[in-house]
Design a protein around this ligand. Structure first.
Ligand SMILES: NC(=O)C1=CN([C@@H]2O[C@H](COP(=O)(O)OP(=O)(O)OC[C@H]3O[C@@H](n4cnc5c(N)ncnc54)[C@H](O)[C@@H]3O)[C@@H](O)[C@H]2O)C=CC1
Ligand SMILES: O=C(O)C1=N[C@H](C(=O)O)C[C@H](O)C1
Length: 268
């Protein structure tokens, strides 16, 4: 059997981080060699949270030190955008391949990371959504937008989410932008009596962000035409739904020497 891929995870105590720790440590092809967090420097994961019982892996607060001591192949980045950008740049500088789920990176940051990864010929996968169904929902929406110019994206998430609109909603709109003839939707003279009531505007499309306790991650794309509408919806009911894509990305990034934005680009 080939040597396991040595993985480090950023944001291990988070909702996604915990699920990723579980997935990586239960997979024989991977070895969790370290984690990076804001706190708990030098502790073992099992000391940090009872959920990590028996996981004998060191917590680092400095990514460079983590990389130098553990010599990982891959960084799984699941923290916050403010930290993620620096983490990805550091990983690339050490030739550690990033697999990034953290959303909220802006266009310039993504562009800079693409240039760095491509120039250094280091695989890097950034996926706003790792759920297979979500990727299909985005692709189906893109297919449909060729025929329906009027699009409203409604993303719905738990109320602890920091960024709005979601990374998935932005990626969906970008994919649609590639095929849709730009159009300002609604009545040309419409007036928002309450600011924001028509949602965010992306090339005339509208994006609405719902935040409620009880939700996990959901998105509806509504397309309207002459006397008909088409509704495409995806629901993640738990964070295990994202792990198929995280696992595939870790395996795939090891054989890449360029930047990838979106899981759809590595699915067969
Ligand atoms: N691509 C995808 O499929 C998915 C992406 N996400 C994204 O993943 C990110 C994390 O989401 P959640 O787990 O729900 O958030 P969370 O708030 O539960 O977890 C974030 C964790 O990062 C830690 N953190 C903060 N600063 C850090 C630093 N400098 N270094 C290391 N860790 C640090 C926090 O202490 C926290 O434990 C968000 O950006 C979210 O939008 C979430 C679900 C799916
Ligand atoms: O914060 C979340 O939870 C999620 N974030 C990602 C996003 O912003 O699209 C992916 C998924 O929707 C869950």
């Amino acid at each position: 059997m080939a040597n396991p891929i040595k993985v480090i995870i950023s944001g291990p105590r988070g909702r996604m981080g915990k699920e990723a720790v579980k997935m990586v440590t239960s997979n024989d092809n991977f070895e969790l060699v370290g984690v990076v967090d804001r706190i708990n420097e030098g502790k073992k994961l099992y000391e940090v949270d009872v959920e990590f019982n028996q996981i004998d892996c060191t917590v680092y607060t400095d990514l460079k030190q983590c990389i130098e001591e553990t010599k990982p192949d891959c960084l799984v980045e699941l923290s916050v955008p403010q930290a993620a950008f620096e983490h990805i740049k550091t990983a690339l500088a050490y030739k550690v391949r990033p697999v990034v789920g953290t959303t909220g990176l802006n266009k310039n940051e993504l562009e800079e990371l693409k240039i760095k990864a491509d120039e250094a010929r280091i695989g890097c996968i950034i996926a706003p959504n790792f759920a297979i169904g979500a990727v299909l929902m985005m692709k189906f929406s893109q297919m449909a937008a060729k025929y329906f110019q009027d699009v409203e994206i409604i993303e719905m998430h738990h109320n602890q989410k920091l960024d709005a609109p979601s990374g998935t909603a932005i990626k969906t709109a970008q994919m649609i932008e590639n095929v849709r003839i730009p159009k300002k939707q609604g009545h040309p003279e419409e007036i928002e009596k309450l600011k924001g009531s028509r949602g965010a505007d992306m090339s005339g499309m509208r994006i609405h962000s719902v935040r409620l306790p009880g939700l996990i991650a959901h998105q509806t794309v509504m397309l309207g035409g002459l006397g008909e509408t088409l509704t495409i919806r995806h629901d993640s009911y738990n964070r295990a739904s994202f792990m198929t894509g995280v696992k595939l990305s870790i395996e795939t990034v090891m054989n890449l020497d360029y930047f990838v934005y979106g899981l759809e680009n590595i699915l067969d």
